[in-house]
Design a protein around this ligand. Sequence first.
Ligand SMILES: NC(=[NH2+])NCCC[C@H](N)C(=O)O
Length: 319
Amino acid sequence: MEKNIQLLKVRSEIAAGTRGARMGVDALEVASILKGSSLFASLPSIEIKDVNELLLKQNKYPNAKYIDGVATMLERVSNGVNSIFEEGNFPVILAGDHSTAAGTICGIKKQYPNKRIGAIWIDAHADLHTPYTTPSGNMHGMPLSMVTDTNNLECKVNSPSEETIDHWNHIKNIGVEGAKMNLEDIVFIAVRDTESPEDHLMKKHGIRNFTVAEVRELGTRAIVDKVLEKLTDCDLIYVSFDVDSMDSAISAGTGTPVPNGLSVEEAREINQYLVESPKVCAWEMVEVNPTLDRLNTMAENAFSILENTIDHLHNSELV
Ligand SMILES: NC(=[NH2+])NCCC[C@H](N)C(=O)O
């Protein structure tokens, strides 16, 4: 049966440390137009209203910047994803900073409260910080803690304000109350820039990271088989593709680029093989930032991956 894909466009950038990720969706659309593709015209889409105007004001929460706005965005994204499921469609989310991926997971859990959800996080970063451990205060480094009800107090280095903690606790109850998934049901691909509080959680919960070296040694097909094998006990799988999983030499067009990443071809194949799994229930691409780029290179590469992923989603079976 064919999947009815619906796009969710999220132009939020309040949780990134650099400005410009709000334009990622537009940069992808520009890449599409220049390529002569009809992808954006052919798929129905919903736009989530952003709160980027908060950036014009002073941030009040040093350990969780603009956390009040992040909570608003997560509610909106959760409801948006949920409404796509309600219509019987498959959500493909195009977002700015990676924090809103927590909202996606909240929306999945709201729709499927009794299903066990796994997440495949293709990223240079583990995004497992909390207001208690973050080195930057940037909340795009925290989505996986938001959805797993993690504080990681064992590694506490910051003392967030009471108001920050109130917002943090509120965020953890969006969609449904408490954890949407287990830390054990996360699998990383290409993570290579972590801090020690994140390493601690990965070790404690046995979170597997398939490194770029392993991708090269075993090949993309074998890696995808191993990733899916790790999540055999999960009923549904969400794939989150941060473009900074790709090598920083490919383009400067993302907020936190890291060397020694995936090639465009490797990223394309990994996403293609992943979405062929019938358990995959949502796919997301984040962190394209054309203001840091030259000649829209990142968006052009990212668009080629988006196009290919959507082609293969159309061909895969529904659960
Ligand atoms: N989604 C991202 N680009 N995350 C980058 C996080 C970087 C760093 N670990 C931090 O917390 O500040």
